[in-house]
Ligand binder design. Structure first.
Ligand code: C2E
Ligand code: MG
Ligand code: MG
Ligand code: MG
Length: 285
């Protein structure tokens, strides 16, 4: 009797696991289909100088225009594919489309650098540099310096030979790198010194509470000082209000990104946004 129940339980568990695996597989197949059906698109969020208001570039953020669910954000589908090679394809799609967008803006008379988010798995494939080179070659009029790659600080720490891969990419292609969500990993100073990244992006969790939390403020101040010593640029993420911007400027932060400046928007809206920003808000602090 007990043995029987045990066996049944085992079967139940087995079926459930099976079901989960199948479900996951179906969802991954759906993402693949979405990629090939052009259901993905890029939204762009501006990064500006806190001092001058100058627009220094845009971050490309992936969106899924789902036929039934509407606009779906990356947290809802990227985790599903980040552990598979599909993330490589997604990353290459993102870079290709970002370059096409830069080219369009260029033809309209605007030089706008774009940063793309790169997953650890994408960077770790043996052909990473070659694939990026091929994609860049499709856009001979767009200089590589218009592209920056954002890699999570936590991911950078996990990647074996990460510093070397980044250095190869910087040296052979001329693309620059930013460490994303900086402050949430635990990079040692020695590691940071070796890492050829041009920019540190202060994680928005520190910025969110900085006006009331003196420790968060101290962390941001520390990151800014560190960046100055290492001659890296600092971009604060999650800047939602003028008070945030003013405090960041006081702490010596150069650049900012956040809903208080602009929400991510479709590429078609960017030039209009820049025109309005330049005429009305030149300086937000
Ligand atoms: P991230 O790279 O740190 O991007 C910033 C995220 O914060 C974006 O979320 C953006 O919409 C949001 N954000 C910007 N300003 C504010 C603000 O003032 N307040 C708040 N609360 N949020 C703000 P999103 O677009 O949902 O992207 C989430 C994450 O997904 C990104 O974080 C990035 O890690 C990842 N991601 C996005 N696009 C791609 C991609 O093309 N490839 C890869 N591998 N990852 C991507
Ligand atoms: Mg990012
Ligand atoms: Mg971030
Ligand atoms: Mg993030």
């Amino acid at each position: 009797e007990a043995k029987q129940r045990g066996r049944n339980r085992f079967h139940l568990y087995d079926n459930k696991l099976d079901h989960q695996i199948q479900q996951r597989y179906r969802e991954q197949e759906r993402v693949k289909e979405a990629l090939h059906n052009q259901e993905f698109c890029l939204y762009y969020q501006p990064k500006v100088s806190l001092r001058s208001g100058e627009v220094i570039g845009m971050e490309a953020l992936l969106r899924w225009q789902h036929p039934e669910r509407g606009l779906v954000g990356p947290y809802e589908f990227l985790p599903l594919v980040e552990s598979t090679d599909l993330i490589v394809e997604v990353g290459e799609w993102v870079l290709d489309h970002a370059l096409a967008q830069i080219r369009q803006w260029q033809l309209a008379g605007f030089t706008i650098p774009v940063s793309v988010n790169v997953a650890a798995r994408q960077m770790q494939q043996a052909e990473f540099v070659e694939h990026i080179r091929e994609i860049l070659a499709r856009y001979p009029d767009v200089p590589a310096i218009s592209i920056e790659m954002e890699i999570l600080e936590t991911a950078a720490l996990e990647i074996i030979r990460g510093a070397q891969i980044i250095r190869n990419t910087v040296d052979s292609l001329g693309i620059t790198f930013a460490l994303d969500d900086f402050g949430t990993g635990y990079s040692s100073l020695a590691y940071l010194k070796k890492l050829p990244v041009s920019t540190l992006k202060v994680d928005q969790s520190f910025v969110r509470d900085m006006l009331h939390d003196s420790e968060d403020q101290a962390i941001i101040g520390g990151i800014i000082q560190l960046a100055k010593v290492f001659r890296r640029k600092v971009v604060a993420e999650g800047v939602e209000t003028a008070e945030h911007a003013a405090k960041l400027l006081e702490l010596g932060c150069d650049f900012a990104q956040g809903f208080g400046i602009a929400r991510p928007m479709p590429g078609e809206q960017v030039l209009d946004w820049i025109r309005v920003w330049q005429s009305e808000h030149g300086n937000i602090a």
